[in-house]
Design a protein around this ligand. Structure first.
Ligand SMILES: Nc1ncnc2c1ncn2[C@@H]1O[C@H](COP(=O)(O)OP(=O)(O)OP(=O)(O)O)[C@@H](O)[C@H]1O
Ligand code: SF4
Ligand SMILES: [Mg+2]
Length: 336
């Protein structure tokens, strides 16, 4: 990233999304799954910020909530576009169009995310029509343009999703996200459902499109090697909270949170030896019933008494690094 202070595109303040846990015949709410629990984060225009963490850490919920695909429990999210501050959480009804024109999502599963009854033209054109951007000939022309940019052909426009491969379907999903010329794209595991052989093609396509459209990416992934390839900065999530945020270089070379170290230790060092388990000791905690103190303490090999009782706050370690660990200064952790 350049040394110039970048403009902030997205500001997330204390965002929460709790899902009610219901029991019994009367479906009484007996607790909450705190899938996103007080996340604050700034994203600079043009950067790619990786969101990493194990399955169930709240990555998808974070992405969906900040785009208002889920209603938030609380918190503020502001999108700064064209000199305007768009208060995402306050938008209602047709006001949401402002958000949809500027922020889009690419989904993990290119099989489940496309409507099988819609042609490529209808699928990709729909966001233009629904958000009052273009219709008719104008819509069709814009769809043709974006279809070519994602590496599909004009003759594909009249076909249905079933006639495409996984990689081609993901290209359709990318075209649908980009057709409105958004500023922000939340890409939720965009290649993890694809064959390894085509993952690189899609990642390279996303990089090319980022340059062409001047996009800002929030790139959700559990695969550290993919994040390493794509991202400028990395935010590490654990049990609904951010535990560490920093530049890619700092996070990979010198992690400051024991959970980040554990995630990095599971990155395969050679292609022949793929380690399956992401973090070894213990299970991901029950988000409806979190441990006391530092929620990572039952799995942390550096835990001390203080960790069982006192919740560590996310705090600035230096001008670019945030970390929530009582022992961040004293521990010497292993990077890759
Ligand atoms: N619609 C929902 N209703 C109830 N609970 C949900 C819902 N969506 C997610 N959760 C719960 O919220 C927590 C976080 O889930 P989320 O899908 O955000 O995690 P993730 O980090 O994206 O995981 P993965 O890597 O598997 O995609 C999990 O405990 C999950 O069961
Ligand atoms: S606060 Fe304690 S338990 Fe939590 S990560 Fe740091 S050392 Fe481990
Ligand atoms: Mg997910």
């Amino acid at each position: 990233m350049s040394a110039q202070p970048a403009q902030t595109l997205l500001e997330i303040k204390d965002l929460r999304k709790y899902f009610p846990v219901q029991k019994g015949f009367l479906k009484r709410t007996v607790g909450y799954v705190k899938a996103v629990d007080g996340v604050s984060l700034s994203v600079a225009a043009g950067e790619t910020l990786g969101i990493v963490g194990e399955s169930g850490s709240g990555k998808t919920t974070l992405g969906r909530t900040l785009l208002r695909l889920y209603e938030p429990t609380s918190g503020d999210v502001t999108l700064h576009v064209d000199g305007q501050d768009v208060p995402i959480m306050d938008l209602s009804g047709s006001e949401l169009r402002v958000l949809r024109r500027n922020a889009q999502m690419i989904f993990q599963d290119p099989y489940a995310s496309l409507n099988p009854r819609m042609t490529v033209l209808e699928t990709v054109g729909e966001p233009l029509f629904v958000n009052g951007i273009a219709s008719g000939r104008e819509m069709e022309e814009r769809v043709r343009e974006v279809i070519l940019q994602v590496g599909l052909r004009v003759e594909h426009l009249r076909r249905y999703p079933h006639s495409f491969s996984g990689g081609q379907r993901q290209r359709i999903g990318i075209a649908r996200a980009l057709v409105v010329k958004p500023r922000l794209v939340v890409a939720d595991e965009p290649v993890s459902a694809l064959d390894v052989s085509i993952q690189a093609q899609i990642l390279n396509l996303l990089k090319d499109l980022q340059a062409q459209y001047q996009l800002t990416y929030l790139f959700i992934s559990h695969a550290m090697n993919v994040v390493r390839y794509m991202c400028d900065r990395i935010a590490v999530m654990y049990a609904g909270k951010l535990v560490e945020v920093g530049t890619k270089h700092d996070i990979l070379k010198s992690p400051k949170h024991p959970y980040t170290e554990a995630l990095l230790a599971s990155v395969p060092r050679t292609t022949s030896r793929v380690r399956k388990r992401v973090v070894s000791a213990g299970e991901v905690p029950d988000l409806a019933n979190l441990p006391s103190g530092c929620v990572f303490h039952p799995r942390c090999k550096y835990a001390v008494e203080r960790c069982k009782v006192e919740v560590p706050q996310l705090r600035a370690l230096d001008s670019t690094r945030l970390v929530s660990c009582h022992r961040a200064e004293e521990l010497e952790l292993q990077g890759i």
